[in-house]
Ligand binder design. Structure first.
Ligand code: ADP
Length: 219
């Protein structure tokens, strides 16, 4: 995870930071020196607060002019930050099985790993399919011997797999989940050999991102 992004996301405004915002709202544009004077503090003491407020989008700074209030509303800042989230900051560990594993063993893996979607790879560890809960339930309805049916018979297969990449925007991945009406996406690194699975992005990851963002919103 990118530490700098976490820093920007998790903004808990201190009393002093609230005071700074008020001073800038009332007097901006105003230099850091003048803000410090009003608070009876030194410019150096205020530097971290000003950096946080600028990074978080509350204040903007222009050289030789000073700080001014951006006037952005809570929902504007919320959207701005949400649009910066990348898939690799929120993805989970992928649970991967090989294509000749039996349906029975896939069901065991799903329970043991406590996931709703399994990714299926070939001998070269490249993505070839996806298995959802309902895919496995459907396979159980027949009278087949589940230990002798390999998952490649029942999985959704390439090229019909919807994927995302670590650097993709979380919002774009969320859009794919909605459009395709699926619960999760494999996060992949494409190469000439195929797609290496490096993560799993689910509706739960997106819910977590939203809750984190909403809880850290202070305006
Ligand atoms: P469930 O079937 O348990 O409700 P999903 O809605 O995720 O779970 O899956 C619906 C169907 O879409 C299943 O047949 C599954 O194999 C397929 N599927 C799931 N994820 C993907 C994906 N990323 N790309 C393509 N197909 C998928």
């Amino acid at each position: 995870m990118s530490q700098s992004l976490i820093g920007v996301k998790r903004v808990e405004l201190s009393n002093r930071q609230e005071q700074i915002i008020q001073i800038v709202k009332d007097n901006g544009p105003i230099t850091g020196e003048n803000i410090a004077d009003q608070l009876n503090l030194t410019r150096a003491t205020l530097r971290p607060d000003l950096a946080i407020l600028t990074m978080a989008g509350y204040l903007d700074a222009r050289p030789r002019v000073g700080y001014f209030f951006t006037g952005k509303t809570g929902s504007e800042l919320f959207t701005e930050r949400l649009k910066k989230f990348k898939v690799d900051e929120y993805q989970s560990r992928p649970i991967v099985i090989e294509e000749d594993v039996s349906v029975y063993d896939a069901i065991c893996a799903m329970f043991l790993e406590d996931v709703g979607t399994l990714f299926v790879t070939n001998k070269n560890s490249m993505l070839v399919g996806v298995l959802s809960r309902k895919d496995l339930l459907r396979a159980c309805i027949g009278n087949q011997d589940l230990t002798s049916v390999p998952v490649h018979i029942i999985m959704t297969r390439m090229p019909n797999i919807t994927v995302c990449e670590p650097e993709d925007l979380l919002l774009d991945a969320a859009q794919k989940l909605i459009e395709k009406q699926i619960d999760g996406l494999p996060v992949v690194n494409p190469s000439e050999e195929g797609m290496e699975v490096v993560g799993r992005l689910t509706k739960t990851n997106i819910t977590k991102a939203l809750v984190e963002l909403a809880r850290d919103q202070h305006l």
